[in-house]
Design a protein around this ligand. Structure first.
Ligand SMILES: C[S@@+](CC[C@H](N)C(=O)[O-])C[C@H]1O[C@@H](n2cnc3c(N)ncnc32)[C@H](O)[C@@H]1O
Length: 249
């Protein structure tokens, strides 16, 4: 069994770009900044991975600091950045856990995309992460992140099996949901189409009650908090599949 986002990292982009409209998602985050009349320049991308959203933001003129703990995901990010010489000096990439990172500067906004915060399995880890975000945000800074809901993990991921394929890899996604812990464990079985051997990565995501996230955001100091149904400005519902949290310093 491999660590999550280790061997799969080299296939991540071809896979996710088929599943997710990242341009639209980044556009949504920018519209949230506009909604709150904010014009950030320096943006922290928490759990930036291979940098798909970071690069879209860089191309739009934002400066990016990307933090992620997966060396393999960051290698892909760094390789891609090499092909954009004009963007290279606008990005800082840091290999670190998002519960324990350090920055030399404060940022105007912090973003996190695509379930990354669900990978924090303990409330105390959420608190460590959110308090660092709070510390490194400037006054009136904005923090936005999406989460998979308990509802989607319990009813859609559930104990289901999905087969997904892209150009260079075939995958089987086998989920197990622990109702008590609200943790979904995914066995991601990967069959590369080249000569590389079969491997399995184990991924775990925890669903949290909205009130738990609000409690922790408030505890670390955030004043105003909104929860939207993903890609909208409508209030989140109990049966939303994915929600967007927005917290203002
Ligand atoms: C689903 S990927 C999302 C990557 C990127 N944000 C995107 O939208 O493509 C989740 C990312 O979270 C990172 N991650 C999970 N837990 C982490 C932690 N505790 N510290 C740092 N990175 C973490 C993984 O390494 C992975 O790159």
């Amino acid at each position: 069994m491999e660590r999550c986002f280790s061997k799969f990292a080299q296939f991540y982009d071809e896979f996710m770009l088929k599943l997710v409209d990242y341009k639209n998602w980044v556009g949504y985050v920018i519209s949230i900044w506009n909604f709150f009349n904010l014009k950030p320049k320096v943006v922290l991308d928490l759990a930036c991975g291979t940098g798909i959203p970071s690069i879209i933001l860089l191309k739009k003129g934002y400066q990016i600091i990307g933090v992620d703990k997966s060396k393999e995901m960051l290698e892909v990010f760094k390789r891609k950045i090499e092909s954009y010489p004009d963007l290279k000096n606008k990005v800082i990439i840091i290999e670190s856990d998002i519960t324990n990172f350090n920055l030399d500067t404060q940022v105007d906004a912090c973003v996190s995309f695509y379930d990354s915060i669900n990978y924090l399995l303990k409330e105390e880890d959420l608190e460590k992460c959110f308090s660092l975000v709070y510390k490194f945000l400037k006054e009136k800074g904005i923090f936005s992140f999406d989460m998979n809901t308990i509802f989607v993990l319990e009813n859609f991921w559930a104990n289901n099996k999905f087969v997904r394929e892209s150009k260079n890899i075939k995958t089987i996604w086998e989920n197990q949901f622990d109702k008590k812990l609200k943790i979904s464990t995914l066995y991601l079985k990967c069959y590369p189409k080249n000569k590389q051997e079969f491997f399995t990565e184990i991924h775990q995501e925890r669903g949290y009650e909205y009130k738990t996230i609000i409690k922790i955001l408030k505890k670390v100091g955030f004043k105003k908090i909104k929860i939207f149904q993903h890609l909208t400005f409508l209030p989140a519902k109990k049966d939303s599949l994915r929600v967007m949290f927005v917290a203002l310093k």
